[in-house]
Design a binder for this molecule. Structure first.
Ligand code: PEP
Ligand code: MN
Length: 272
């Protein structure tokens, strides 16, 4: 694998610094949460308030949604980004949101702190290269049918243009198994730690597609050494316009945060 910009060793691990003391990588375990999609002002404000009250400092929310069917909710577009940024500013949270079209990158720049490149666009080389020209961190999801090498090469496309602030996100891959939406490949965490110097987080929502699996998968993500998780939450998951089945409500998210602290304690005892 000819990667040149991303270091293929354990040294000089990258720490993504988002400002205000918010980082991804290093010794931190970072929790990103928010709804699959921004649906309106009240929904995103309620989410941001509840999550920031729990100590979560990075808010997710899709404004441009890559839906399987063109006839389902496609996201609020730039209006969604505006609502997201307002909520983030009010509760002092950083923003991550997916950009699908390279033509939207410039206009989105001021609204997001991290540009998400989704699973379906992992090999959209035009998008990767354009994101690589920006001085804004990129959260690069693993393609649902991509090998580790293809994924790292996609990261290399971004880095080759100058932007090395990349966070990898494992979100499950397609297998023959139908019970779960995807098969969450957790062993990719230690593999990436061996092969690259980039932080890697886990998305147990898309990785499983089932809310009851988010808690155990998050425990495992902490234990296996991930740098964080991104979990979909919604004030009222049963009414969500997308991905309600894999979204936690606010109380469930609080329980997951307690779990994360407990597993972190266990792991630091094992390591000491
Ligand atoms: C998302 O995070 O909302 C999303 C669409 O994820 P993925 O690209 O992993 O399907
Ligand atoms: Mn989603």
């Amino acid at each position: 694998m000819n990667i040149f910009t991303i270091k293929n060793n354990r040294e000089n691990k990258k720490i993504i610094d988002l400002g205000n003391g918010i980082t991804i990588g290093g010794n931190e375990f970072t929790v990103i949460s928010g709804p699959c999609a921004v649906e309106g002002e009240e929904q995103i404000e309620t989410s941001a308030k509840a999550l920031s009250d729990m100590g979560i400092r990075i808010l997710r929310g899709g404004a441009f949604k890559p839906r399987t069917s063109p006839y389902t909710f496609q996201g609020l577009g730039f209006e969604g980004l505006r609502l997201l940024k307002n909520a983030g500013q009010r509760y002092k949270m950083k923003i991550v949101s997916e950009i699908m079209d390279p033509r939207d990158l410039d206009a989105s720049y001021d609204y997001v702190d991290i540009i998400q490149i989704g699973s379906r666009n992992m090999q959209n080389y035009t998008l990767l290269k354009e994101a690589g020209k920006l001085d804004k961190p990129v959260l690069l999801k693993r393609g649902m049918a991509s090998t580790i090498e293809e994924w790292l090469m996609a990261a290399e496309y971004i880095a080759s243009e100058g932007n090395e602030n990349i966070i990898l996100c494992e979100r499950g891959i397609r297998t023959f198994e139908k019970y779960t939406r995807n098969t969450l490949d957790l062993t990719v965490v230690p593999i990436i730690k061996e092969l690259a110097n980039l932080p890697i987080i886990i998305d147990p929502s898309h990785g499983t597609g089932r809310k009851e699996l988010i808690r155990p998968a998050t425990r495992a993500a902490v234990a296996i050494g991930a740098d964080g998780v991104m979990i979909e939450t919604h004030p009222n998951p049963s009414e969500a316009l997308s991905d309600g089945k894999q979204s936690l409500d606010i109380e469930e998210m609080k329980t997951v945060l307690l779990d994360i602290e407990s597993i972190k304690d266990c792991i630091s005892k094992l390591n000491s």
